[in-house]
Design a protein around this ligand. Structure first.
Ligand code: SF4
Length: 244
């Protein structure tokens, strides 16, 4: 299944727009309880006004709340991103640390966020157990575990370290495009023959095709600035805020 997914999504990538580790860290914290698209539409204004941890730590919280409002839970998120910016400025010289044990000490940063940052901004392999990853690996009977940390441990025993980051991207891409929570598009799924949960969703090929999302359904993706490999595979950039 891993090899098959690698062929289906050779262009898989993090779906948050970012230009440096600080931007990825903040965007990942903001992505809780909302879509990456919404975060991507919100962060350009945030980083234009507060490009560094020092800037964001010294911001007026009400102004940050105004910018973050579209991402939901904006008061808590403002506290988190300002708190982690302050910690970065005071304890790490304004740089995002590249070690798990340092990252998880930052306010609002758990293992999932830390692995996203390590895997995608520092090239250090990490497994990102988000809601899609949990649902799919359980559907596929790769694990029976329900707690994210147990799933992470079992998957890291199953796959070589070098594959961890791409494994996370492939599985999350598949969960967002085809193997949805409520209506998996089984009839249009490239791993159907290998899947023990085939039939949990729509099996009629025509009806299943209509359930596909993002580039698999011919729609825009989540990144306003997607990587070239995504565009080369027919991907369409997401529209900016207010233009959806
Ligand atoms: S066959 Fe259905 S349940 Fe299995 S991976 Fe594909 S969409 Fe998901």
């Amino acid at each position: 299944m891993y090899r098959e997914l690698a062929e289906v999504y050779p262009y898989a990538h993090p779906e948050l727009d970012f230009e440096n580790p600080f931007q990825l860290l903040v965007a990942t914290v903001l992505s809780a309880q909302t879509t990456d698209l919404r975060v991507n539409q919100t962060t350009p204004a945030l980083f234009a006004k507060y490009p560094t941890p020092e800037d964001l730590a010294a911001a007026d919280p009400e102004e940050v709340e105004d910018i973050l409002r579209p991402t939901g839970f904006f008061r808590a998120k403002t506290r988190s991103v300002m708190g982690l910016s302050k910690a970065l400025a005071e304890e790490f010289g304004g740089e995002v640390p590249g070690r798990l044990e340092d990252l998880v000490k930052l306010p609002g940063v758990g293992r999932k966020t830390a692995f996203v940052v390590l895997g995608n901004a520092f090239g250090r392999p990490g497994i990102t157990v988000d809601t899609h990853f949990m649902r799919l690996v359980r559907r596929w009977k790769w694990t029976e575990a329900t707690e994210p940390e147990k799933i992470e441990a079992e998957m890291s025993a199953l796959f070589p370290k070098r594959d961890w980051t791409m494994l996370s991207h492939y599985v999350i891409f598949h969960g967002r495009r085809i193997c949805h929570a409520r209506k998996p598009a089984c009839g249009a799924c490239p791993v159907a023959e290998l899947c023990p949960a085939y039939g949990e969703g729509e099996t009629d090929p025509e009806k299943a095709k209509k359930l596909l999302k993002y580039e698999k359904g011919g729609f825009p993706g989540q990144r306003l600035k997607p990587p070239q490999s995504y565009l080369d595979h027919g991907g369409i950039p997401a529209p900016p805020l207010g233009k959806e």
